[in-house]
Design a protein around this ligand. Structure first.
Ligand SMILES: C[S@@+](CC[C@H](N)C(=O)[O-])C[C@H]1O[C@@H](n2cnc3c(N)ncnc32)[C@H](O)[C@@H]1O
Length: 347
């Protein structure tokens, strides 16, 4: 749990009208249409680096925890032999739909949050695996499809759920939250210095009887509350990111999942995580460090590492970042950080 943010979203019921109805006062820069399906591809980030990090064994069992449009999955499948197996997860129904193009007996797709990884794998009689990849965050199709409500570039109902089949939308959250809670979300997940002003403006709009139900409406309120922002960046960038992380409980998902990965990995199995947010990357780094460093006792403590349970993970190299060429070709990769760890032989 992140300091200052209650992970349990207050649940409220919205009338159908307020959930989807309000389309007034649209910022003139906004458009109500999304990009064409042709552009809604996802360019896989650090494709070679991430799959190489897994050191795919031809008969191994691998997990792609974040299928997206299957870029990493397809490369893993290409490296597996006839007896290998790949099980992919995604909580997004469009990702599940797109996985249907992979017709391969070695491949299974699971519609689930990856925090359910152990239980879902047990349903498939899988208890140990050779590698797990998590490519966190959202996919380009999620951002680029206006109706998903992730982007301030389009005007659409304010949804922001990766899993369209469950949980509360961002509009529902804003209808029921308190100013203090909202400020905590924007400040902690968006690292936004105008969190207080933004929260105040949003709550005022709502309490004046105008439900915050579209991305355009939210972007406009935020723009009015932010007096300074990075050049070239939309003033609503950090607020949208914060709400998305909160609505999808992204950090909680990660913290629930990494310990399960540790239990699932066979000796020499690999965990590779690509993060896009400093809070995520810090969690990954600390998790690996916590399980590889058993000798973090005070120097005068009369027991040493050799006497203690041995480390379960070893970090493989430093953090890997996308190459300059990749960032140039795909600017969305610019904040990516890949960390890789290997399970030791310790049971
Ligand atoms: C960055 S994209 C992955 C792209 C993928 N590696 C590719 O090459 O196409 C992240 C995907 O993970 C999914 N996702 C994010 N958090 C998740 C979670 N906690 N459980 C399951 N899926 C999740 C999102 O729905 C999205 O489709």
């Amino acid at each position: 749990m992140i300091k200052g943010v209650d992970p349990t979203p207050p649940i409220v019921e919205l009338s159908p009208k307020s959930a989807t109805g309000h389309y007034a006062s649209v910022n003139s820069e906004l458009t109500s249409t999304s990009k064409s399906a042709a552009i809604m591809e996802h360019t896989t980030v650090m494709l070679s680096e991430a799959v190489q990090a897994l050191a795919v064994k031809s008969d191994g069992i691998y997990i792609d925890g974040t299928f997206g449009r299957g870029g990493h999955s397809k490369k893993i499948l290409a490296q597996l032999g006839a007896n290998g197996r790949l099980i992919a997860f995604d909580r997004d129904l469009s990702a599940i739909e797109s996985s249907k193009t992979i017709r391969d007996a070695r491949f299974s797709m699971v519609h689930s949050h990856f925090s359910q990884i152990k239980a879902k794998l047990a349903e498939l009689n899988v208890y140990k695996v050779d590698g797990i990849l998590l490519d966190l965050g959202i996919s380009s199709p999620q951002i680029d499809e206006a109706s998903r409500g992730f982007s301030f570039r389009y005007d659409a109902p304010l949804d922001m759920r990766m899993d369209q089949s469950s949980g509360q939308t961002a509009a529902e959250y804003l209808a029921g939250t308190t100013m203090q809670h909202l400020e905590g979300v924007i400040k902690n997940y968006g690292e936004e210095r105008f969190a207080k002003q933004i929260a105040r403006a949003i709550i005022k709009e709502r309490d004046d009887g105008r439900a915050i139900s579209t991305t355009g409406q939210l972007a406009k309120i935020v723009a009015g509350a932010v007096t300074r922002f990075e050049p070239g960046q939309n003033p609503a960038t950090r607020t949208f990111q914060a709400l998305r992380i909160y609505i999808n409980q992204e950090l909680e998902e990660l913290s629930l999942t990494m310990p399960q990965c540790l239990e699932l990995l066979s000796p020499k199995g690999r965990l590779a995580v690509i993060s896009f947010h400093s809070l995520e990357d810090r969690m990954v780094k600390q998790f690996i460090r916590q399980h590889e460093d058993v000798d973090n006792l005070p120097t005068n403590f009369p027991v040493r590492a050799a006497d203690l349970p041995q480390p379960k993970l070893v970090s493989l190299g430093r953090a890997i970042r996308p190459s300059a060429e990749e960032v140039k070709a795909n600017p969305r990769s610019r904040s990516a950080v890949l960390r890789v760890a290997e399970r030791t032989l310790v049971i």
